[in-house]
Design a protein around this ligand. Structure first.
Ligand SMILES: Cc1ncc(COP(=O)(O)O)c(C=O)c1O
Length: 353
């Protein structure tokens, strides 16, 4: 066997582009258009660089306590990782160890099958219905775990807590993960169900609601038992995933939640405005409760629209994927950015492409 044969070959997740183009209206990776806040800025200015010669606190305990207080759970029910992508990577390794497949929707966060392939975990994609909704009964079958985002990505559609509870009741022998990356833009968090369902695990992120995609902080909230196992796996992989500066910034953000909530309200208002304007232009879309819209025009090809927008300095996300190749995912930016987006889209449609 050659050394080349000994290399692991995987199909990696392909993240949305991060181009260095000036004045680009960047609506392609669901980032928050608003500043992370004055408290974050001051915390960075106060940060003592001499601290960087020491390793950070391995479990980011002050931030962990702040998150516990925010979610009304104990510190032992909080896990913090280097972005929720890392939290997801560790939880797939920790929680999904049976022989039956892990279940997730066919249209969902495209990192899930990548983790399964990486760890050689069997999985089954469960088709969403025609309206892109999750059908709970499809998850009443043997499995090694269940995961889906709520709101789902890239559709933005939410399921009710009632439905999550039904799925939990039918899956008491599996870990059920709800990925709440976008929950603060209009969804309902399932954290309140954790006490009753110790097999429920919730992930959240600082990247969207808290405008901190650049700092890489992700969270899992669950029963003490599951969280302790996650820490065991994390400590078998990397003792210090959260650097000292990220811990300070995360804590400052937790102390500025009112400001951050106001930004979320602005994004929600802009989302509803954008929905209305796009509908006037003939676009169709699910009723997103996230910071993005998933849009389709009955008469215009999505990839062509994507390219025309790019030529005009507006970047959205296009997926070459069955069932959704005629859709674009558009992140909600500031009100001003979305007004420009609508104006440019109008011009493109008028060009009769
Ligand atoms: C559904 C979903 N989950 C998790 C993530 C990962 O977020 P992060 O690693 O920035 O915390 C994303 C990122 O876009 C996402 O869309």
């Amino acid at each position: 066997m050659s050394w080349q044969d000994k290399l692991r070959q995987v199909q990696p997740y392909i993240a949305g582009e991060q181009p260095r183009i000036q004045n680009l209206i960047k609506l392609n990776t669901n980032e928050n258009p608003y500043h992370p806040g004055i408290k974050v800025k001051e915390a960075i200015q106060r940060f003592d660089a001499s601290k960087l010669s020491l390793y950070p606190r391995p479990d980011a305990d002050e931030l962990r306590q702040a998150l516990a207080d925010y979610h009304h759970v104990s510190e032992q029910q909080i896990f913090i990782g280097n972005g929720s992508d890392e939290v997801l990577a560790l939880l797939f390794l920790t929680c999904f160890n049976g022989e039956a497949p892990v279940l997730f929707p066919d249209i969902s966060y495209s990192f899930y099958p990548v983790y399964c392939d990486l760890y050689q975990i069997p999985y089954q994609k469960i088709p969403l219905n025609e309206q892109f909704e999750i059908v709970k009964e499809d998850y009443y079958q043997e499995n090694s775990g269940i995961i889906f985002p709520n709101p789902n990505a890239p559709t933005g559609l939410c399921v009710s807590l009632h439905m999550i509870e039904d799925i939990l009741k039918h899956n008491q022998e599996s870990i059920v993960v709800i990925d709440e990356a976008y929950v603060d833009f209009g969804g309902e968090s399932a954290v309140s169900l954790i006490e009753q369902y110790p097999n429920l695990l919730i992930t959240q992120t600082f990247s969207k609601f808290r405008s901190l995609a650049g700092i890489r902080l992700g969270v899992a909230i669950g029963s003490q038992e599951v969280i302790a196992r996650l820490y065991d796996v994390k400590n078998s992989f990397n003792s210090y995933p959260i650097d000292s500066l990220a811990q300070v910034i995360g804590l400052a953000s937790m102390q500025d939640s009112d400001y951050i909530q106001d930004n979320a309200q602005k994004i929600i208002a802009t989302r509803e405005y954008t929905k209305k304007q796009l509908k006037k232009l003939g676009f169709e879309m699910p009723d997103s409760k996230a910071n993005f819209l998933f849009i389709k025009h009955p008469h215009y090809d999505a990839q062509t629209l994507f390219e025309k927008l790019r030529e005009r300095g507006i970047l959205v996300r296009y997926f070459h994927q069955p069932r959704i190749e005629q859709y674009l995912r558009v992140t909600i930016g500031t009100q001003q950015q979305m007004e420009i987006f609508i104006e440019e889209m109008k011009k493109i449609l008028e060009e009769e492409i």
